[in-house]
Design a protein around this ligand. Structure first.
Ligand code: PEP
Ligand code: MN
Length: 360
């Protein structure tokens, strides 16, 4: 008899659970509709004042036996989950999102396809210093059968008194070396006003860490007819990084390569902290190719090879590193650039690794 009573009460609870479930789903659908209306009006989805009003009204109508504190907790949970669902929807609707476009984006740099499964390498000096300097590195890159050369003509330096780059003259050097070797040029542009002029000299627009949220530059790059290599900001979250790429794609340019280059943490053993897990996260969340810059992330020559191996093992589409014919006299990043012999060894070792290990 007692057992029957308990079974009946449990049946009632199960029925009520289902009713609550249906109501929560119904409520979520209405909130999603509100979200769509707000989006059209350009209004923020989260409205704490409205949330407070709803909670107050619920407390007013509470006939018990739930205490008001518990009631508030339950409803805050319901409000929060509706908001999270909307945020997920917003994230999935981004043009860079893999939910929106499941297949990988292949970036084409003068016929060199990035993002097809075999890693692309971008090597070159930190800064363009002279024709001879760039040519020496370019020849070494070419001798390895590689296709891309990096080098900064505009250098965004921490101190205004440090070498700022050769500017247009640097671009001309890069172009001359490109014409002579056939290598494609990856170089950083730091302001929208330089972009149009620079396009005649370069093949890939690099947007550096310090400019990841230079939204005007992102928009200009989005209107350009050249691939973009976008580096992660010095202390940017993955979400901010993805949104920076969205700025570019939203203007029509989907030829974007993302580059993890380390972020600022409390750790001082390396120049920055290489966030290696950002690679698979970015590849899951977006359809864009992902590079790892082992030079700026570590700032240490002894870590270039192990981190490059890690990048390849974890599924990166490319690796960037700095090479200088005589790093000791380099005008920027002297401590961390490889010389040509070290570059040869680095690349040979990386090739051996790639031939003997599977990537994920
Ligand atoms: C660079 O690649 O030349 C550079 C300045 O790197 P970052 O923007 O990542 O600091
Ligand atoms: Mn550098």
């Amino acid at each position: 008899m007692r057992q029957n009573e308990l079974d009946e009460l449990r049946r009632q609870v199960d029925g009520l659970n289902n009713q609550i479930l249906d109501l929560i789903n119904e409520r979520t659908a209405v909130v999603q509709e509100i979200g769509r209306v707000k989006e059209k009006q350009g209004v923020n989805r989260y409205d704490p004042v409205r949330e407070r009003e709803m909670l107050n009204a619920l407390v007013q109508s509470n006939k018990g036996p739930i205490p008001n504190g518990v009631l508030e907790q339950i409803f805050k949970g319901i409000f929060m989950s509706a908001l999270e669902i909307q945020e997920d929807e917003q994230r999935n609707a981004l043009l860079v999102s893999r939910k929106r476009k499941p297949e990988d984006t292949i970036v084409n740099v003068n016929g060199e396809e990035v993002g097809t499964g075999s890693p692309t390498f971008v090597f070159g000096p930190c800064a363009v210093e002279s024709y001879e300097q760039v040519l020496a590195v370019a020849q070494s890159i070419k001798s390895k059968g590689l296709k891309m050369l990096r080098g900064g003509a505009y250098k965004p330096r921490t101190s205004p008194y440090d070498f700022q780059g050769l500017g247009l003259e640097g671009l001309k050097i890069l172009k001359r070396v490109s014409d002579e070797t056939g290598l494609s040029i990856v170089t950083e542009i730091i302001t929208p006003s330089h972009l149009e002029e620079a396009l005649d000299y370069i093949d890939v627009i690099q947007i550096g860490a310090r400019n990841m949220q230079n939204f005007e530059l992102l928009k200009e790059a989005g209107m350009a007819n050249k691939p973009v290599l976008l580096k992660r900001g010095l202390a940017a979250t993955i979400d901010e990084f993805i949104n920076a790429a969205e700025y570019i794609i939203s203007k029509g340019n989907s030829q974007i390569m993302l580059c993890e280059r380390g972020i600022r943490t409390y750790e001082r053993a390396t120049r920055n902290t290489l966030d290696i897990s950002a690679v698979p996260i970015l590849k899951q969340e977006t359809h864009l190719p992902v590079f790892v810059d082992v030079t700026h992330s570590t700032g240490r020559k002894d870590l270039l090879l192990p981190t490059a191996k890690a990048a390849i093992a974890v599924g990166a589409d490319g690796v960037m590193a700095e090479v200088h014919p005589d790093p000791a006299v380099a005008l920027s990043d002297a401590a961390q650039q490889m010389d040509i012999k070290q570059f040869d060894e680095f690349y040979a070792e990386l090739q051996r690794f790639m031939n003997t290990h599977q990537t994920i």
